[in-house]
Design a protein around this ligand. Structure first.
Ligand SMILES: C[S@@+](CC[C@H](N)C(=O)[O-])C[C@H]1O[C@@H](n2cnc3c(N)ncnc32)[C@H](O)[C@@H]1O
Length: 361
């Protein structure tokens, strides 16, 4: 069973009525059992979609039931994004400290507990009392690969708190803040990141949210020289995509095996999360940016050969392998997916010869 299905099974068992939980175990939950959540999810989605990016979102979480509805549908989607980014992080200690800001129902903590065989000292910061209530319940009951050695779920970080954390994460939170608060929040998250620790910011994959995040990335790297980008950026100077294009945005798509209740809710609500679009940045305090190039668009067969947009220390732009130059040595480029990191044997130019050796990192 996939890790995400395991998490969904737990959410269904904890949040649905006993009858609904039994139906989930048997295969499919009836519309009647899901009815209390459907209206909440429709209203929530409408408020996310109509929200003007750059302004503060009025919270659509108006009751424990709406926080539960959020957890039932959005938690597996957002946990999948966290799991997708985990390979960029590595922890040496058996116990790690994690700060999840705008934790909602404890999404990042649940994702980490699912996949990380570690003790986790978790602090969730969450404005909404309804979300905090659900987060406490879910996180204290969940049994995954990891275990919680400490849990605190608080409405805000105390001003005199000087703790720093091995992992600081803010997922789908900056999207809810106005521009000034977004900048202030990212800076304060960076300050909470311990030496050697990671700062992970995840946002919805839409153009405006992502371009806003790209500006925040520039501001952070411009002012805090101790942070190195690890993902997707392989360079720390101002983002060339922002400089060269007024419309492009650096985002990825996660192909997942959609868990079955999530797919059923999609059908009932006419939502569509067969694939998950996202944008994210991973930074490490005192880290070293990996070498190579990041693939930013799916490699395409064109009239001239194989073409794809890449970004790395030496290059930002479309590179191509002309028809006569395709070879086993450079095959990894045409096989690459968006956000793959590739290592190349020599400095890149726009045209790649048949002898250049390209490998997937
Ligand atoms: C879209 S939810 C994301 C929840 C969770 N991180 C996830 O990815 O599923 C955003 C959450 O951030 C909370 N929030 C927004 N601004 C916040 C802030 N400045 N401090 C704490 N929580 C905040 C909201 O109440 C909401 O629950």
């Amino acid at each position: 069973m996939s890790q995400i299905q395991q998490l969904e099974d737990f959410l269904a068992a904890t949040l649905l009525s006993p009858e609904g939980a039994a139906q989930h175990l048997a295969g499919k939950v009836s519309k009647q059992e899901l009815a209390p959540f459907l209206g909440e999810l429709s209203a929530m989605s409408a408020s996310y979609v109509s929200h003007e990016v750059g302004s503060k979102l009025a919270s659509p979480i108006k009751s424990v039931r709406s926080a539960e509805a959020y957890a039932l549908y959005y938690t597996v989607i957002n946990a999948a994004k966290v799991l997708h980014l985990l390979p960029s992080l590595s922890f040496v200690r058996d116990e790690i400290s994690v700060l999840d800001v705008g934790s909602g129902p404890g999404t990042a903590g649940l994702a980490l507990l699912t996949a990380l065989d570690r003790s986790i000292r978790l602090t969730c910061v969450e404005h909404s009392g309804y979300m905090r209530q659900v987060a406490e319940r879910l996180l204290s009951q969940y049994r995954g690969a990891g275990k919680l050695s400490k849990l605190s779920v608080v409405p805000a970080i105390a001003p005199n708190n000087i703790d720093t954390y091995d992992l600081v994460i803010a997922a789908n939170v900056v999207a809810e803040l106005d521009t000034t608060e977004g900048e202030r929040t990212v800076r304060s998250l960076a300050e909470k990141t311990a030496p050697g620790g990671y700062l992970v910011i995840i946002e919805p994959g839409q153009q405006l949210h992502t371009r806003r995040l790209m500006h925040l990335r520039n501001a952070l790297l411009g002012s805090m020289t101790e942070f190195a980008p690890l993902f997707p950026c392989l360079r720390r100077d101002p983002c060339p995509m922002l400089a060269y294009s007024e419309t492009d945005w650096c985002h990825g798509t996660i192909e997942w095996r959609q868990p079955r209740l999530n797919a059923h809710l999609d059908d009932l609500l006419s939502f569509n999360k067969h694939r998950i679009k996202y944008s994210a940045f991973v930074f490490q305090r005192d880290g070293v940016t990996p070498s190579g190039i990041r693939v930013l668009t799916p490699p395409q067969k064109t009239r001239v050969g194989i073409e794809t947009l890449v970004c790395g220390e030496q290059i930002y732009g479309v590179v191509r392998i002309r028809k006569g130059c395709r070879s086993e040595k450079n095959r990894a480029l045409e096989k690459a997916s968006v956000f793959d990191r590739l290592i190349v044997s020599e400095p890149l130019t726009q045209d790649l010869g048949e002898d250049i050796v390209i490998t997937k990192a």
